[in-house]
Design a protein around this ligand. Structure first.
Ligand code: ATP
Ligand code: MG
Length: 767
């Protein structure tokens, strides 16, 4: 048996081996919180204090859950597959699948990701003639999710004023609609489980007795509903509950905008009368300069629980700071530095480029692409969110649960089969009248509309029949064919990519079936009853049937249902996946919990990072600072920071000041770089050059750059200026390259796109 404990420092060791009581591990980035949590699970099992079935571990992403299982299997000779390690959503999904009847859900209930949820709301507004300018769908969505996160149903809200009354009314209609369709959104997964367990005493006691140890990572980002869910699971306030072991870092709380409540940490300490509070202050991740920067920055926040970080790793290299003339120049610099790193033998996957907003990635992507550096972008449209994949999923959803109206509407006329808006309106009226789903309402529609809709129903029924005995991958393949999607995209101009994505789904299904432990040939439609083995269901003292939650997932879901849940949950997970040999690009939010040898933090400009929205909200700047702290602490060896004088964002050129965060970093840990070779792109605006602040590496470069800038300004054109062109119409100069007769301008012509024009030739008019 391995010694699990020999790699821990004394504080970590104390945390791992705490007695079975509630505990809070409060510690900064890279201090080994996640490692402590995983090791504690292994230690509890190894020392026989609990069986693997008695553990409930909550992680922030599916990926983190998988990683935890992998690490556990490496530490212990156990099969982690059946263990309850997952995200809040994933664990709730599992509970609701097992107890769907008690939760008043259909067995094949389906999960709405936020995109789907928004489209349900849009439909609802339309059907009820609600003015969507007065009640924008996104606002209604925010209201509903906010209420659910407070644990409030519509009938429990006391509305404030007529507008809120309307929203509450819509919330109720939305919930009714979801119930009719058999779909649940992300917040509903939690609330429904919470309500199920609060109302159903035998079930609640079953789980409270079963989960002796509940462990939560990234506790600072739990919202109220999640915290209450944990309290319920841990049997807080009742006899014989489990011990809650929470690890977190108040300085890394970055989801307040989504309802996370860092106050849960102190609430937990108080309510659970936590005796064991351990701080870890040794950082194992980052070199000294990087850590100094993080420490000094975060010291500017006022509301902190107080802790610091130290390292034995030595100072390491200073943090490199680069001021670029434009976003293009910034991208170019990232390319140059990355190339140097790669030439020095650094693996591409150990280079991460972080940005505050997704919109920033395009320019960098373009530069990487031109330079031929493989890269991977996270947090953009993930596989399961792509339109063609969503269409295919909708067909699969209808085969599993035809009453899912969202899925129905998505594909009833896709590929086109002559079902127009009028027919759909007729169908919606019939469904409304009888209080049933669209699918069930088809027989009530007469005439031509009825005939074509009937054709669609027959298509779905036919596919169901055809695939009855098929294993999941085969079922997916046949569905893609029968739906007509493959043929449809074959005729589309840029359909090749989409077809490839669709074919990927067969592989995804194959991989899913093997990873989740379904027999390769297990019929995809076959439900729990048929697959459950004798002894799976147990009856407790109150005569309530409880499935043995140890049984692996196949006994509670058909492979098809499980695959569809997986797709929805994965679509909602926006965290990166390391491991490929490609440069990693992601938002700072998605980088949480990860680490890389080399990290670039880009776009450090006022309005961008800190984001402009933060100045409007209470505590907004402090949250941005925590986000910056998260960004800095992702780096192990080298950290790069950059900002640009001009930037194209959302179709506009912006002139930004450098981020205030620079003033909060220790000057002795920074090394300001001036462009090695003056970049081709430079700003020629006449504001004070920010190069004044830069200590040049080579003095003359700076002087030359300024000269060129002056010369180019003399040519008459300036970055940010509006111009008109005979062929491309109106545009904005984004950048100017070269000077005199060689000057070229990069101009954004809106719908005509970006063009580079020779200034001595192009006929431009000043606007
Ligand atoms: P974050 O706040 O970013 O989530 P964390 O506190 O969870 O960070 P970990 O990811 O658990 O930190 O650990 C950071 C790094 O330090 C990991 O690479 C981990 O393996 C390493 N590490 C942790 N503890 C030790 C130790 N005692 N000895 C050597 N390496 C360690
Ligand atoms: Mg961690």
């Amino acid at each position: 048996m391995q010694n699990l404990l020999h790699n821990l420092n004394p504080e970590q060791l104390a945390a791992v081996t705490l007695p079975p009581q509630s505990a809070l591990i409060l510690a900064g980035a890279g201090s080994g919180k996640t490692r402590v949590l995983t090791t504690r699970i292994a230690w509890l099992i190894q020392t026989g204090q609990v069986s693997p079935a008695g553990i409930l571990a909550v992680t922030f992403t599916n990926k983190a859950a998988k990683e935890m299982m992998t690490r556990l299997s490496a530490m212990l000779p156990i099969n982690t597959r059946g263990m309850w390690i997952g995200t809040f959503h994933g664990l709730c999904n599992r509970l609701l699948r097992t107890h769907y009847r008690d939760a008043a859900l259909p067995q094949t209930f389906q999960i709405l990701d936020s995109q789907d949820q928004l489209s349900v709301i849009k439909r609802l507004l339309k059907a009820n003639n609600v003015d969507d300018e007065k009640f924008p769908p996104k606002e209604v969505q925010y209201f509903i999710n906010g209420a659910k996160e407070q644990g409030l149903r519509a009938n429990k809200i006391d509305p404030y004023g007529p507008d809120e009354r309307k929203k509450v009314e819509l919330y109720q209609l939305y919930d009714d609609q979801c119930q009719r369709e058999g779909v649940v959104d992300f917040a509903e997964l939690l609330l429904r489980t919470y309500e199920l367990l609060s109302r159903n005493q035998p079930l609640r006691e079953h789980y409270q007795q079963r989960f002796k140890h509940i462990l939560v990572d990234e506790f600072q980002d739990t919202n109220n509903l999640q915290y209450n869910w944990l309290k319920l699971m841990a049997g807080h306030g009742s006899q014989g509950g489990g011990a809650l072991f929470a690890v977190g870092d108040d300085d890394q709380s970055i989801y307040a905008f989504r309802g996370a409540n860092v106050g849960n940490m102190s609430a937990f300490e108080r309510e659970f009368k936590v005796q064991n509070l351990i701080k870890l202050e040794q950082n194992y991740r980052s070199h000294g300069h990087i850590l100094d920067a993080a420490n000094m920055l975060i010291a500017n926040n006022s509301k902190r629980l107080g802790k610091n970080l130290r390292t034995d790793a030595g100072h390491g290299e200073p943090v490199r700071v680069y001021e670029a003339s434009s976003d293009l120049a910034e991208a170019q610099w990232i390319i140059e530095e990355s190339k140097n790193l790669i030439a020095d033998g650094v693996s591409r996957s150990e280079i991460a480029v972080l940005y505050r907003s997704n919109a920033q990635s395009r320019v960098i992507e373009h530069a990487l692409f031109s330079a031929g550096i493989p890269y991977h972008v996270y947090g953009g449209l993930r596989y399961f969110q792509r339109a063609e994949v969503k269409h295919a999923i909708a067909y699969l959803q209808l085969m599993d649960n035809p009453h899912n109206d969202s899925a129905f509407l998505r594909v009833v006329n896709f590929p086109t089969r002559g079902i127009g808006l009028r027919s759909i309106e007729q169908l919606q009226a019939a469904a409304e009248q009888h209080g049933i789903s669209l699918y069930a309402a088809v027989p009530y529609v007469a005439g031509k509309a009825g005939t074509s809709l009937g054709g669609f129903v027959r298509l779905i029924e036919g596919a169901r029949f055809e695939t009855q005995q098929m294993a999941l991958p085969e079922l997916v393949r046949v569905t893609l064919e029968m739906s007509g999607l493959l043929t449809h995209y074959q005729t589309e101009k840029e359909g090749a990519d989409r077809i490839e994505n669709l074919e990927q789904m067969v592989s995804a299904a194959t991989q899913f079936v093997s990873e989740e432990g379904y027999g390769q040939g297990a019929p995809a439609h076959m439900g729990p009853k048929a697959q459950a083995q004798a002894g799976d269901a147990i009856v407790n003292a109150d005569g309530v049937e409880i499935y043995d939650a140890d049984a692996p997932l196949p006994t509670v879901m058909s492979p098809l249902s499980a695959f569809l849940s997986h797709a929805s949950l994965e679509a909602g997970d926006n965290q990166a996946q390391a491991g490929q040999d490609a440069l990693q690009m992601m938002t700072v939010h998605s980088a949480k919990g990860l680490e890389f040898d080399n990290v670039f933090i880009t776009g450090l400009e006022e309005g961008l990072f800190p984001h402009e929205s933060s100045s409007r909200e209470d505590g907004g700047i402090e949250e941005e600072r925590r986000l910056m702290y998260v960004a800095i602490t992702r780096a192990r060896k080298r950290l790069y920071m950059s900002f640009a004088q001009t930037r194209m964002l959302h179709g506009q050129t912006r002139y930004n000041m450098k981020s205030r965060f620079f003033d909060e970093l220790p000057e002795e840990s920074l090394k300001w770089l001036s462009p090695k070779v003056q970049s081709h792109w430079f700003a020629s605006n006449n504001r004070k050059s920010a190069w004044d602040d830069v200590v040049p590496l080579v003095g003359s470069d700076n002087a030359i750059a300024q000269k060129i800038a002056q010369k180019s300004a003399g040519a008459g054109w300036r970055i940010g200026e509006s111009v008109a062109h005979g062929k491309f119409g109106e545009g904005v100069i984004v950048n100017i390259e070269g000077s005199g007769g060689n000057a070229r301008a990069q101009i954004n012509f809106g719908s005509h796109g970006m063009k580079v024009l020779d200034l001595s030739v192009a006929k431009l008019e000043r606007l």
